[in-house]
Design a protein around this ligand. Sequence first.
Ligand SMILES: C[S@@+](CC[C@H](N)C(=O)[O-])C[C@H]1O[C@@H](n2cnc3c(N)ncnc32)[C@H](O)[C@@H]1O
Length: 177
Amino acid sequence: MYAPSDDTFLLADCIRQYNGRWALEIGVGSGLLLDILQKNFTYVAGSDIDLRALQHCKQKKASSANLLLVCCDAASAFGIGKFDLIISNPPYLPNEEENNTVDPTVHGGPTGIEATVHFINSALPLLAENGKLLIVISSFANSSALDKVVLENNMHKKVVKEKRLFYETLSIVELSP
Ligand SMILES: C[S@@+](CC[C@H](N)C(=O)[O-])C[C@H]1O[C@@H](n2cnc3c(N)ncnc32)[C@H](O)[C@@H]1O
């Protein structure tokens, strides 16, 4: 399971400023971000492909009255639904072809951006009319692949927060219809 890191904390700082009725997190990991969403939204849903991560989230929750956790790929379980906010800190590092190891908590595909694009495509149909999607993007990412999805879906893109680390720059990108 992914231990909260700089990317988690950067996204945490951002989401405190959003509130509404329904929120969704794709790839909940330890559940740290769910705690913040639960304070600002009436109902919160979360997905992860790792059943153990979901089990961990459920066990550590003081209250899960407004929380729905689903083990699925991206947002695939949510066929119908309109979310005011969807967030994700996707796995974004390129797969390590040499060792032939893929860790789904950090590896996002051959170039790293594939999981991000997949999560965005899965989330967009579920956004409410004025809904927002917040996603962590690393400077390692192929930004043209991201721009292509934004263009194809006629979305607005805004960088709402940035943090320079010594090896990469992390950005929180807000997408809206
Ligand atoms: C970088 S971690 C982020 C975890 C947590 N949200 C955080 O910020 O600390 C990415 C998470 O996405 C999950 N994940 C990877 N592929 C997924 C998929 N196809 N569908 C849903 N979750 C996935 C991983 O299991 C992991 O928990």
